[in-house]
Ligand binder design. Structure first.
Ligand code: G
Ligand code: G
Ligand code: MN
Ligand code: NA
Length: 256
């Protein structure tokens, strides 16, 4: 199975598409926005998970054109919903950014162009960067983070808690959101220490003035526990798995 040469063609052949998973405000259970999640509809092998092809895209450098397409497509779609659907005007759009994209010198230019071309409000754009990338990337230009924050986009620290918990990077990073990795949510109610970790994260987030999103919420028990701990935002199968873009308007109309 030679995915590499197929992946080179996938973008031009229109085989890539985005699914969207809502991010929920736990007070009202209304959607705050969507996370874009990439899908590859392979002509012979069917749907291929990003877990299988993002690593290939990163090794080959294809993540640069693919990631640029993802940004344009997600921001275009997100802005369309904001403008065309009643009650959707303040929805945010979150896009996963790989380390390889982030360290490219012109990454802020790519983000700026996507915002300009799609017309979306920069403040509605959330760039999700995993904690491991932020800690491991010696080549990450500080200027990149400064320019992104000047553009007015928000940085989200994805998979939070799975890194080596050297929290020093939080001092110089102008992030807006911490996304608590779903492993901690899964352990809620099973292992008392999972709740303790979430409480610690919430305390830290409060003093750093960061929003917190709990990822991977699947059960009402987990939701109850998260509310008890004071978490106010979440995403997970309890509300919706990721859905194709053309299902989003109907999903929104049934919610907002
Ligand atoms: O949607 P889930 O389906 O299976 O995604 C699996 C993993 O792939 C997640 O870690 C997610 O962050 C990552 N992922 C999904 N879409 C993108 C994307 O557009 N770019 C990058 N870099 N990672 C993505
Ligand atoms: O790494 P990142 O947080 O971007 O990963 C998003 C991934 O999490 C996607 O693969 C998405 O399908 C998955 N996901 C979203 N909600 C849930 C959930 O409630 N349970 C599980 N097991 N996975 C989820
Ligand atoms: Mn993510
Ligand atoms: Na995550």
């Amino acid at each position: 199975l030679d995915l590499e040469s197929d992946l080179r063609l996938a973008l031009d052949r229109g085989e890539l598409r985005l699914n969207y998973q809502p991010i929920i405000d736990l007070d009202s259970e209304a959607p705050l926005g969507f996370e874009a999640l990439l899908r590859w509809e392979h002509p012979d092998h069917g749907l291929i998970s990003p877990e299988a092809f993002i690593p290939i895209a990163e090794e080959t450098g294809l993540i640069i054109p693919i990631g640029t397409w993802v940004l344009h497509e997600a921001l275009r779609q997100g802005n369309q919903w904001r403008q065309q659907i009643d009650g959707a005007a303040s929805l945010t759009t979150a896009v996963n950014i790989s380390g390889r994209q982030l360290v490219a010198k012109n990454f802020p230019d790519i983000v700026e162009a996507a915002i300009r071309d799609t017309g979306i409000d920069a403040a509605a754009v959330h760039l999700e960067i995993t904690e491991t990338v932020l800690m491991d990337e010696p080549d990450l230009p500080r200027e990149t983070l400064q320019r992104l924050s000047r553009l007015g986009v928000c940085l989200s620290i994805d998979d939070f808690g799975t890194g080596y918990s050297s929290l020093s990077y939080l001092k110089w990073l102008t992030a807006k959101t911490l996304k608590i990795d779903r492993t901690f949510i899964r352990e809620l109610g099973e292992d008392p220490r999972a709740g303790t970790v979430i409480e610690l994260v919430l305390g830290m987030a409060k003093s750093l003035r960061l929003d917190v999103i709990a990822e991977g919420v699947e059960t009402l028990d987990q939701l109850g526990e998260l509310r008890r701990l004071g978490v106010t935002r979440a995403q997970g199968f309890l509300w919706s798995k990721s859905i194709p873009s053309d299902h989003v308007p109907a999903w929104l109309r049934s919610r907002v």
